[in-house]
Write a protein that binds this ligand. Structure first.
Ligand code: PMP
Length: 466
């Protein structure tokens, strides 16, 4: 154990930390009243690979990659070493008027790796922020400001997808469509146009995933027609609506978004914050559709899950639209930790691991291993849908085991599954009644066996209430 002060794992040790926590901490997106009786609170001592080790010595398989951030495993030694090395030399510097090698090198490498589409000028500039939501804010503000600079002040509207999610600051929430958030914060949100989701879950014998995606794209086209010259950008989570329940859609939709944005002179913002860095099978999800966005937001896996950092990649022509003698035409956005050197060093080390370990190729084998283990679970009576995209598998639990008869939300089937899995040493964090696997990429056969076995138990136990 690495914690010198409290070195003996025990239930008493865990209880001690839990009490101290509850005395002072307010946890994210949590009804604090539910801690600890309804919702367990688990103090973690350290991490190693796919495992998190509790203060009580219990090992937990991190099947959600700690909010989808960790891609190479916890406490990955190469990233840890890179951060430590950087910390001994330069930990932070103001990025206005100053610069540093890790920020420059990282920008160069991200641009070299970004999706390319024949006939389009490549993404050529990087603007840093310090978390995913802030990255989304940057892209939205930049898109709007570009049109203002270009003498098109009527272009103030954003189009986003129903069931989409882009973060929780007010701007990012305004383009999100998670009902709980929208209901709660409605008076504070700015207006956004929502286009129907191309979600393949709604496909059936009459309409396959592709025709469903194309029909949704037709409705997006209608929105453009209804608002000529008003739309400044369309923002989407490419191929996978994560917070919306790990809903997946056909790449044909993204090709249509690209075409429609071009036809109507609007920007295409790809929020690759959750999908980027190999999660969907390719380095970026946009690659699977062969499209290049005008703005690409990345965060989460960018630093391998070590430190908060976001980057917004955009084109030379967007950048050029801000060049002028006036300060008002400069992009007005600054976070204190913009391009933090430690975070950039972690990101560079993470990109090195992609090369050294041939991560994208290795993930193909891992994702096949995940698929194999999905099939048993897919056959359980309450599983209405089992789907996979690269390193993500999701299971939809319903009362009737079909897509039409959901569980009564009051039963909190997802929460029951969460507790059942946690008791068996696996962290599943369902989104409503959708269970999903999104493990660090270093997950091996034995860990996947445990994951599948515990998921099966958790589903059986959680759905026994029906
Ligand atoms: N966009 C997407 C697609 C996300 O999944 C998230 C985080 N879940 C965000 C934006 C916001 O990132 P952050 O939590 O770092 O603000």
């Amino acid at each position: 154990m690495q914690n010198d002060v409290h070195s003996t794992p025990s239930l008493a040790e865990a209880a001690h930390w839990q009490a101290r926590d509850l005395a002072v901490l307010w946890h994210p997106c949590t009804q604090m009243r539910e801690h600890p009786d309804t919702l367990p609170l688990v103090p973690i001592h350290h991490g190693e690979g796919v495992w998190l080790v509790g203060m009580d010595g219990q090992r937990y398989l991190d099947a959600v990659s700690s909010w989808w951030t960790n891609i190479h495993g916890h406490a990955e030694p190469r990233i840890a070493e890179a951060v430590a090395r950087q910390a001994r030399s330069l930990e932070q510097v103001i990025l206005a008027g100053f610069s540093h090698a890790p920020a420059i090198e990282l920008a160069e490498r991200l641009l070299a790796l970004a999706p390319r589409q024949p006939g389009r000028a490549p993404l050529a500039k990087v603007f840093y922020a310090d978390n995913g939501s802030a990255g989304v804010e940057v892209a939205l503000k930049m898109a709007f400001h570009w049109f203002r600079n270009a003498g098109e002040p009527r272009r103030t509207r954003f189009v986003a997808l129903e069931n989409g999610y882009h973060g929780e600051t007010l701007g990012a929430l305004s383009v999100g469509d998670i009902p709980l958030y929208r209901r709660t914060y409605a008076p504070l949100l700015s207006e956004c146009l929502f286009a129907p989701t191309p979600d393949s879950y709604l496909a059936n014998d009459e309409k396959d995933a592709e025709s469903l995606a194309l029909a949704a794209a037709d409705q997006l086209a209608t929105l453009f027609d209804r608002h000529p010259g008003e739309i400044c950008a369309v923002i989407v989570e490419p191929l996978l609506q994560c917070a919306g329940g790990m809903r997946m859609y056909h790449p044909a939709y993204l090709r249509r978004v690209r075409e429609l944005c071009d036809a109507h002179g609007a920007f295409f913002i790809a929020d690759e914050i959750a999908t980027g860095f190999g999660r969907t099978g390719t380095l970026f999800a946009c690659e699977q559709a062969g499209v290049q966005p005008d703005f690409m937001c990345v965060s989460k896996g960018l630093t391998g899950g070590f430190l908060p950092l976001a980057a917004v990649l955009t084109t030379q022509s967007v950048y050029d639209g801000f060049l002028d003698d006036s300060r008002e035409r400069a992009f007005l956005h600054s976070h204190s930790y913009t391009g933090n050197p430690l975070a950039c060093a972690a990101a560079l080390a993470s990109l090195d691991i992609f090369d050294a370990d041939d991560v994208i190729a290795r993930n193909q084998a891992t994702s096949a291993m995940m698929r194999k283990r999905m099939s048993d679970i897919a056959r359980l009576p309450h599983v209405a849908d089992a789907r996979q995209l690269g390193m993500v598998c999701a299971f939809e639990l319903t009362r009737g085991g079909d897509k039409k008869t959901p569980f009564d939300p009051a039963l909190r089937v997802g929460l029951r599954a969460y507790r059942a899995a946690l008791a068996r040493g696996v962290i599943l964090r369902p989104l409503g009644d959708t269970l999903y696997w999104m493990p660090p990429y270093c997950v091996d056969e034995a860990a996947l066996d445990l994951l599948a076995e515990v998921t099966r138990h958790a589903i059986v136990e959680a759905t026994a209430c029906a």
